[in-house]
Design a protein around this ligand. Sequence first.
Ligand SMILES: NC(=O)c1ccc[n+]([C@@H]2O[C@H](COP(=O)([O-])OP(=O)(O)OC[C@H]3O[C@@H](n4cnc5c(N)ncnc54)[C@H](O)[C@@H]3O)[C@@H](O)[C@H]2O)c1
Length: 507
Amino acid sequence: MKNWTRKEFLKTSVVGGGAALLAGNTRLYGQAGPAKGSANGDIRVAVVGINAQGKGHMLDYANKLKGARLVAICDCDSDVLAKRLADCEKVGVKPETYVDYRKLLEKKDIDAIVIASPNHQHSLQTIWGLQAGKDVYVEKPLSHNVWEGRQAVEAAKKYTKNIVQAGTQNRSSEDIYDAIAYVKSGKVGKIKWARGLCYKPRESIGKSTGAQTVPASIDYDLWSGPAPLTPPRRNSPKNGTVHYDWHWFWNYGGGDITNQGIHQMDVARWFLGEPGLPASVMSFGGRFGYIDDAETPNTLVSVFNYAKAPLIFEVRGLPMKAGMRAMDKFKGTDVGVVVQCEGGYVTIGSNGGAVVYDNDGKVLQKFAKNTLGQHRANFVKAVKDRKVTKGVIEECHYSSALCHLGNVSYLLGKEKANSELAEAIKADANTKDSFARYVDHLKANNVNVDTTKVMVGPLLQIDSANEVFVGSDKTIVAAANKCPLTKRTGRGAFTIPEIKKMAVAAS
Ligand SMILES: NC(=O)c1ccc[n+]([C@@H]2O[C@H](COP(=O)([O-])OP(=O)(O)OC[C@H]3O[C@@H](n4cnc5c(N)ncnc54)[C@H](O)[C@@H]3O)[C@@H](O)[C@H]2O)c1
């Protein structure tokens, strides 16, 4: 638990003194700009960041998705770029290649950009894409921090000729719409709470010897973008020094709540029907079971207090039991959402598919339309229709922001004994329940809960309209607002433009 750079990260915050931008409450996305496309009507697409997730996008645009075609690929790792060009050539496509995203944006005959670079690039690349007159598909999460996500939303409202679709693909899952309608109909009563679950195996990434050399193929200034330019301190056998494991470092990612968890966070918030940020958040957790280079917790509970009902989020990276691969399940779900209502509960799996049970566990209704895989095709449709209906940017902003808020409470936490934590949360039934199961889980992984400390974050109050922390404890509020996961304005040429709030929303 000690081998992280939490204090260093908190010190890197760059917070302007100006008032935070007001959150827009209009959601009129999709405005008729001119129809897009090449002479034959196909939308000309470029994919940015093509190592893993971007490779899937790239190949879909190269030879699968109707009405669109791949015309360019961009990656600041020239080895990745060369490999992906070869992949394209194998399917008979020869896109132009770019190392620098800004050069790609200068190209006039590209209609749409698909962004699958690391999280810390998403907001800036979205804003730059819109400013260059491109439609944008941006992978989840929308942002590395709350403030930059808001700038991306405001950019989508300002540059109304273009559209943005976010990569939270559950929004294309018809079964979830059906399940939400079922709950809204009142058949199982009011929602008591929603729990997002991210029980996903995350092994140690190993321990390196400190600052590592960046492979010569990577333009590390471009790779770092708005994040501080600091050498990688990781070197896992699987991912090396730069790619993928950035998820576990605060400068770039936010751990699994922000990685896998954002999908379940989005579904849980969607069920609650909550259109903004909660009144408060509190988190506890740690990186338990092994010592490695990573900074983010592998075990986290965050409780978000919404007016309607609480949203509780649980992350577990350790298995069901030491030595096993299988993960725990809560009401039959490991990566998913459970929505507890007065007269029953709904479970939603990681790939859609919703089941409603009564409180005795008897199935009342199943929803299995399974259309989540259509999210990319839905982007092509959105570009043609000039209107986004599945993956609205502001929705992704709120769900991304929830992940950041949970992490801010954790980062401001103090190490405490589990017995102290138990005492502090005993009055809250939902937190108590998560805590009791977390203790059993750690014990099953041979973590001594009597001697191992847990990071316990403060209960932070949120001004949802202004997307800032507020409250009477000025020291805590100042620290929370200074945390780079709340606001980070970027670096040099990679400074995030501050976008003035627009009166009318459109994208
Ligand atoms: N929607 C989903 O279900 C889903 C699934 C997996 C990943 N993702 C998201 O996709 C993104 C990429 O994930 P990944 O696993 O492929 O990460 P990765 O680290 O393996 O690949 C990212 C690639 O982006 C490149 N890159 C970095 N900065 C760049 C820049 N400025 N310009 C051009 N290229 C740049 C890197 O060189 C690398 O090749 C992440 O944000 C992740 O959250 C979404």
